[in-house]
Design a protein around this ligand. Structure first.
Ligand code: GDP
Length: 295
């Protein structure tokens, strides 16, 4: 599907054989290839440009060892650079507070409800927690049903109040319920919209103020390309969230959104969704994503 970048670079560097070190001319030729590969992977133009400029600086004058192809050398430089731009290491959830409150935000269809179920499952099985899910979407009764089904599947209780149209009240009731029942994490799923609008932002900001969450996770569909970056920025401007969840990475996207979002909002990516099943959740590893973006 995608041509291997390292092969491309090796080809571009053929002229270099025996020359000893990477020269300005050779780098200039290949920088174009690298930038194109990044754009193909959905990295936004500005990020791709900054990145390739940095790689050029690092690559210039590097000695080309006989055992390593220039393509390999550049790929390694890029891999390390990309991984470091995406945070370098794994960023864990802050599980402070009792209960820990985790607010889930994002547009409709991004994968919030699915992720809420996955996160509850992960915290219960991998972190030995006793989570409670709260159904905070007051506009779509189907979303409440969906969360209840997922809760049942993963064996985590769900707090819902179909009588109420007040997301703040529901969230607070959920926290009170958690305290009563000894749940030490509360995951609040919230309503989304098809596009960012004032009403949605006001509503979720009010839930934030009332519940004082330790974590606000912004969920975004990795297949939405540049829109993902714009949405990430708009939500961050209003919510100042603590982490990003990239969903649908099981599709054929290369994951460039991870790099673009990190460089635009500078918030850690904490999880990736890799399927519809409740187990299809991974902690975000910057180095693995770097390899995926470079192909
Ligand atoms: P919400 O509107 O943000 O709550 O989104 P949903 O959780 O309802 O997800 C929307 C659709 O995307 C559903 O059909 C989910 O099964 C699907 N979905 C969510 N996460 C993933 C993922 O990581 N991979 C794939 N392939 N599908 C996903």
């Amino acid at each position: 599907m995608f041509e291997n970048l390292q092969d491309k670079l090796d080809r571009a560097f053929k002229v270099l054989k025996g020359q000893g070190s990477i020269s300005e001319i050779n780098v200039a030729e290949t920088v174009k290839e690298i930038r194109k590969a990044l754009l193909d992977a959905d990295v936004n133009y500005k990020t791709a440009k900054t990145f390739t400029d940095e790689v050029r600086e690092k690559a210039l004058g590097q000695n080309v060892l006989t055992s390593v192809s220039p393509g390999q050398l550049l790929t390694k430089i890029m891999n390390d650079e990309l991984a470091s731009l995406m945070g370098g290491t794994v960023t864990e959830l802050e599980l402070k507070g009792n209960p820990t409150v985790i607010l889930i935000a994002g547009l409709n269809g991004a994968g919030k409800t699915t992720f809420s179920g996955k996160l509850a499952n992960y915290l219960k099985d991998k972190k030995n927690k006793k989570p409670l899910l709260v159904a905070g979407d007051v506009y779509r009764p189907a979303a409440v049903d969906q969360l209840q089904i997922l809760g049942e599947q993963v064996g985590v209780p769900v707090y819902a109040n179909l009588e109420s149209k007040d997301p703040v009240a529901i969230a607070m009731e959920g926290i009170a319920e958690a305290k009563r029942n000894g749940n030490n994490v509360v995951i609040i799923d919230t309503a989304g919209r098809l596009a960012i609008d004032e009403a949605l932002m006001n509503e979720i900001s009010a839930v934030k103020v009332a519940t004082q969450p330790q974590e606000i996770l912004f969920v975004v569909d990795s297949m939405t390309g540049q829109d993902a970056v714009n949405t990430a920025k708009a939500f961050n401007d209003r919510l100042d969230y603590t982490g990003v969840v990239l969903t649908k990475l099981d599709g054929d996207t290369r994951g460039g959104a991870a790099l673009s979002i990190k460089s635009v909002v500078n918030k850690p990516i904490k999880f990736i969704g890799t399927g519809e099943k409740m187990e299809a959740l991974d902690v975000f590893y910057p180095d693995r994503m770097a390899s995926r973006i470079l192909g």
